[in-house]
Design a protein around this ligand. Sequence first.
Ligand code: FAD
Length: 360
Amino acid sequence: MRQSFGRNAVLMTTRRDFLRLSATGVAMSFWGTTRAPAAQRIILNDASRLSPTPVSRHVTISRAATDDLVARIRAELKEAVAEHRPVAASVARHSMGGQSLPRDGTAISLDGGPLEMDTAARTYRTSAANRWWDVIRILDPRGFSPAVMQSNSDFGVGSTFCVNAHGWPVPHGPFGSTVKAIRMVLADGTLVQCSRSENAELFSLAMGGYGLFGIIVDLDVEMTPNLLLEPRFERMAPEKFADHFVHAIDTDASLAMAYGRMSVSRKNFFDDALMVTYRPLMHQPETLPAVASAGKMTGLQNDIYRAQTGWEIAAPGFEENCSRSGARAGNGGKVEQPLRPPPSPAMPSPAVHQRDTDAD
Ligand SMILES: Cc1cc2nc3c(=O)[nH]c(=O)nc-3n(C[C@H](O)[C@H](O)[C@H](O)COP(=O)(O)OP(=O)(O)OC[C@H]3O[C@@H](n4cnc5c(N)ncnc54)[C@H](O)[C@@H]3O)c2cc1C
């Protein structure tokens, strides 16, 4: 064949072979892209839903005893070091900005653990994996509250130390000022105890250190006896707020908690300020009402309250996040009172009051 058709035949054969081979190649690569098992990517997000981040591994450690928690963290660190992966631990992933999301790394979700109270020392040792509602559930029936926590109770206790969150109780600084000691697993698996007198530098680095210095296992924290507090609301021009606030906390020894809000309504944006102060009731009742949570009804309660006060309608995404967060279950510090203060004559405009349990 080759001889009778000469050079063209050779070319023809070659071209046909080439086309057949090419077609096979295309089919194979087409086959390859459609049929090869696609690698599953794990995408985690924080509460903002603005930071979808791929991680290589996501492990949840639930209700582990301390020794078990340490062992599991060590195992995860060992594997991650071997594979050159970053690691981050977190609880509610409410910190917005991706700090709790290790890109292509190991994400450890901590989900509850042990808590022991020492009523004589007025401290408790809690797993870093507990949320504030876990702490309140155990402390409250025995007459105590966290000395400092954020406005919402769905955050992790370890996370609260890692961001060094502030609360409203006036005698204290941020949460870290009420933490006596922590135990933390370092990157090499060593378990260290840190306090103001032991590994003091590490203690101060870890306080507000966003988990960059190790994974916190548990914390020894101050607690405070329950008291019934009464709120007082004062509305003022924003430029007067700072002086009023500082004056109130410097001169009024009865002040137990204080915070402020700027109006974020469209109409009054930053034109109005509200100062809320809490003092103990003169006559404390024999027994305080138990901390109550409406559970899933809390979001509905808030919406009804806000609708009554003329609250602006939130964007749908915000609504969804709030109701999913399960927040607002705790007492926001040491207040034993309804979660929402009752309307009073000094009640400011609804605009100033809006979202006051959702923001810090
Ligand atoms: C509605 C709302 C209200 C708020 N109110 C307040 C307020 O009143 N006062 C205030 O100061 N802040 C407030 N904040 C901010 C809040 O305190 C922080 O976002 C806090 O980190 C939330 O806790 P989390 O469990 O979601 O933290 P996460 O986002 O899970 O973690 C926070 C950081 O800590 C690290 N981390 C967590 N656990 C560990 C651990 N065991 N070991 C090592 N690293 C760890 C994570 O990697 C991350 O970097 C508020 C935030 C929201 C959304």
